[in-house]
Design a protein. Structure first.
Length: 214
């Protein structure tokens, strides 16, 4: 979708949701791929856990109150989404604690990662029909910009390059450019290197490293 056809808040949120869908899917699949080094699985596992937690915590504590202040009637719907976040937290706990010490751990890692993947995909199917109209109707461009900057400033640093790689996989060049334009100016110079590192790491995780596939 052309970013110009919808408000920035929806474009950025839609792309972020696609990124979370993709990241959880890649982790679940990669866990059973014998060619993927355990260190790569551990890095992606850490990335998924920390970024999903950060995402829904900023929603619960910042974005939901902003929306409810403008539209109190939507409070119950926002509350139901936060309850699903609580369910996801329990699954993320299990994923975070899953051992990745040897090949024998791959099946269990896949199992707990698949629980997270299913919860994330189902939750976003519930959330988007509520959230996207609310972002359009109740969140001003200025309020969204302030929220977005706070999210960027507090985002986990672990394997942050993977965010660029996943954005590239699921978004159009225009959407990715829009989202990455919110990075602080000093960070902009690192985007090309982050993109190259992410491309290499995701090729390993997807089993296409050395195959010539993109």
């Amino acid at each position: 979708m052309n970013p110009g056809t919808e408000v920035v808040a929806v474009t950025e949120t839609r792309l972020t949701h696609k990124m979370h869908r993709r990241a959880t899917t890649v982790l679940s699949q990669a866990a059973l791929r014998a060619s993927v080094p355990l260190e790569a699985l551990d890095q992606l596992r850490t990335y998924v856990v920390k970024n999903l937690r950060h995402h829904h915590e900023t929603e619960d504590h910042q974005l939901w109150p902003m929306i409810v202040d403008a539209a109190p009637d939507i409070a119950a719907a926002m509350g139901s989404l936060s309850e699903e976040h609580d369910q996801l937290d329990a699954a993320l706990d299990a994923l975070e604690l899953a051992p990745i010490a040897g090949d024998a751990d791959r099946e269990n890692l896949h199992r707990v990662a698949e629980v997270v993947r299913e919860l994330v995909h189902r939750h976003l199917e519930h959330e988007e029909p509520i959230l996207f109209p609310a972002l359009t109707q109740y969140v001003s461009a200025q309020s969204w910009a302030a929220f977005s900057q706070q999210v960027i400033a507090t985002s986990p640093m672990e394997a942050a390059h993977l965010t660029v790689g996943f954005f590239d996989e699921v978004g159009t060049p225009e959407e990715v450019a829009l989202v990455l334009s919110g990075l602080p100016e000093p960070a902009q110079q690192f985007v090309p290197a982050m993109r190259e590192q992410a491309r290499a790491d995701l090729a390993v995780l997807s089993g296409t490293a050395g195959s010539g596939e993109r």
